[in-house]
Structures are given as C-alpha cells and as structure tokens.
Design a protein around this ligand. Structure first.
Ligand SMILES: Nc1ncnc2c1ncn2[C@@H]1O[C@H](COP(=O)(O)OP(=O)(O)OP(=O)(O)O)[C@@H](O)[C@H]1O
Ligand SMILES: [Mg+2]
Length: 262
C-alpha cells in the first residue's frame, strides 16, 4: 500500500469529486486516526491536484495564512502565505483541525468559499481570483470540540460536510494488512480488539483507539512483538494521558488477542 492508497468506507470519494467539479468546499469531520489526511492525499492523487496542508492552531493569524510584508535586504516585499500560494497554484488547500483557528483568522476564507471565490489581500491591495481547480478542504475532530471552540454557522454552512468514521471490520483489517504486512488473522484480531474497546462502557471518556494505532500495533507485531504487548503499547496506553488503564479494558483486549508469539 502506498501513501495514497485509500479504502473508502462509503460514497466519500464520489462526493469529494462532485464537490471538486462544482467548486464546493468540503469539511471532513471524524475522530483522530480515522483516515481524514489519507483521504485528502488520495483525492489529490486521483484528481491530479497538489495538496497544500496547513495545520491550524490558536496563534494562527490571517497573515500567517495569506502572507505579509517582509524586510529582505533593506526592501519591504510582500510574501504570499500558504493559502495565497495554494489559491494561485489552483491546489487543494487542506486546513487541518480548523476549529483550533480563531474566528477572525478564518474570516479571510469567507469570500473564498462563496460565489466570489476570491481572496482579498487588503494589505497588498490585491484580489486573487481562485482558478477552477482550487479547492478548500477543512477538517476537525468533533470529539475535541469545546464551547469555546465552535465553528460559526456562517462558516459551517459554506461547506459540504463529509462525516468520516472507522472502517467496517473487514476493510479496517485490509488496511492493517496492507500497511504492516501482518497475517490477515492477526489484523482481524486487532480490529476485534479495537471494536471491543470502542464499544466498552469504560471508554466513554476516552477517545477510542483509531485505525492509526492498529496499524502501529501491527507494525510492532510484524517486527516480532506479541499481540498483547503491542496492544498494550499502542492501543491501551495511549487511551489515557497517565497510562492508567483500568483492568476492565485490559481484559477486553486480552480476550481478543494472542498473548504469545506464534
Ligand atoms: N480508509 C483508509 N484507507 C487506508 N488507510 C487508512 C484509512 N483510514 C486510516 N488509514 C490508516 O490510518 C492512518 C491514519 O490515518 P490519517 O492520518 O489519515 O488519520 P486522520 O483522520 O487524519 O487523523 P488526525 O485527525 O489525527 O490527523 C493512515 O496513515 C493509514 O495507515
Ligand atoms: Mg490528519
């Protein structure tokens, strides 16, 4: 499996292509490690578009996005930020964890995400019209949402939203095999283990184990770790910050996995 191989869980590939053709921005939501970044990379390859990724955080200013005047060798010159570069290049611009950005930083996106499809660079006194191939894609994890960090309705309603979730068991096992090279039976046990934890009562205050941790556990198993010790390191310990996992969840994991090699 290469970095752009993606196994679809529903109609998300078609929806994304349709949105691309109609110049509709896309919002991906879903838990950590469920495949959001992988999906965008895959769509970039499928649509033959470069992907420019911007990770959002609460210090991100609109100047970080669009650019700023900078002093270089005594001259003051305008330098495009990653968003402006993506618009000019007609790329897919992927704003990861967009809820982390402040509302005033995101306001710059409004004109870009409606019929105008233009970026207003007030300071540079320039209007950049987005070419047909430009597409804005944002993502966030609804589980991290706090009342302080809500996207405004005026922002959310500009996007076609694609909710992403973990793959069905057979497909998730297929991903694990392809990414790690473990035996299908091992991958199936890991998926079984993850689903048992995802559905356990004890997990309600944890972010459940993702496809990402299953792939990581599978790689350790491929390198010789026992299933249980790989699960301990990659599935159970990361559930909580202090690594204190209650015995109930450990038993849930142990019931689905082999404890010894071979
Ligand atoms: N549908 C899928 N097809 C192929 N691989 C997948 C899929 N879903 C998850 N994966 C695997 O899981 C890993 C994590 O996925 P990815 O990085 O896309 O998650 P994410 O949703 O972007 O997470 P985060 O919110 O933490 O950024 C990938 O590197 C890949 O190995
Ligand atoms: Mg990601």
């Amino acid at each position: 499996m290469t970095a752009d191989t993606y196994i679809a869980s529903g109609n998300e590939v078609e929806l994304f292509e349709q949105a691309f053709r109609e110049h509709i921005p896309v919002m991906l939501t879903g838990p950590t490690g469920c495949g959001k970044t992988r999906f965008v990379e895959h769509m970039g390859v499928l649509l033959r578009q470069p992907v420019v990724t911007i990770s959002c955080h609460d210090d991100l200013t609109s100047s970080d996005l669009v650019g700023r005047f900078m002093v270089t060798g005594g001259d003051v010159v305008w330098t495009d930020g990653p968003l402006t570069r993506a618009v000019k290049a007609g790329a897919i611009c992927y704003l990861d964890e967009v809820v982390e950005a402040r509302h005033d930083s995101l306001a710059i996106l409004h004109s870009l995400t409606d019929h105008r499809r233009a970026l207003y660079l007030d300071r540079a006194d320039e209007v950049v019209q987005a070419p047909d191939s430009f597409m804005l894609v944002c993502s966030y994890n609804p589980a991290y949402r706090s009342s302080l960090k809500e996207l405004k309705p005026s922002f959310r309603q500009r996007f076609a939203t694609i909710p992403m979730k973990y793959l069905a068991p057979d497909q998730e096992a297929e991903v694990i095999v392809a990414e790690s090279g473990v035996e299908p039976a091992t991958a199936q046990r890991l998926v079984h283990c993850a689903n048992a934890i995802r559905h356990a009562d004890e997990v309600f205050h944890f972010e459940p184990p993702s496809t990402r941790v299953l792939v990581t556990a599978a790689k350790l198993i491929a390198a010789g770790a026992s299933e249980m010790s790989a699960a301990e390191a990659c599935i159970l310990a990361p559930l909580s910050t202090d690594g204190a996992i209650n015995d109930g969840l450990r038993e849930v994991a142990a019931a689905t996995l082999l404890s010894r090699n071979g």
